[in-house]
Design a protein around this ligand. Sequence first.
Ligand code: KIV
Length: 252
Amino acid sequence: MKVNGEKFAVITAYDFTFSTLIENAAIEVVLVGDSLGNVIQGRDSTLPVTVDEMAYHTAAVKRGNNRALLISDMPFMSYATDVQAFENAAILMQAGAQMVKLEGGEWLADTVHLLTERGIPVCGHIGLTPQSVHKLGGYKVQGKDEQAAEQLITDAKALESAGAELIVVECVPSSLGRELSETLDIPVIGIGAGPDTDAQVLVLHDMLGISQRLPSFSKNFIEDNSSIEEAITAYGNEVRTGTFPAPQHCFK
Ligand code: KIV
């Protein structure tokens, strides 16, 4: 789709029923995000989420999904060593994931290489990486100055060279989202990264307006639609036509 200049939509899911609705809405990629720590478990961060919990939710989503690419998040500390990364990625793949997502930049390239070399497809995640929230000092926009933006471009290139096949970039200025998409051959999936990334991802509970708080980069799609399936379909269409994200969902 990137080669053809077509945008695609990604959404999070955590259970069978929503997975079937997402399937009916023809969303291209489903992410079992460790955001389940926040929206399912009511935690104040993703840090307490375990591999077993990710595997449980991945298996449930898998049962409702036949068409979309299914990505599962590797939770905090599950890829601290190469052995942990390989063993834990295998658990998620056996639960039904077709790709795993890891948070981190250049420093993670060897781990990404190890996984991809052994047949496990990898999605990178840079920018605002919620597993590092305490190091980042909160949920803040990343890559705002020139040096930080350059580092994110270096990180993205290192992940791509190591074998990553997709990359999520979270909460960066729109200009950087565009530059990353233009620089990389692999598709860049943005969340709060402007309108010019190759794809968009949203947390399901945010876009259905049932989260505790709607992040400024998200949009409540249920407001203008009469069912959950219609709202998810509208999200997919707005991403593909470039209507979402609008300027109010973007950072400068
Ligand atoms: O855990 C998650 O839902 C994510 C998305 C916000 C990209 O990583």
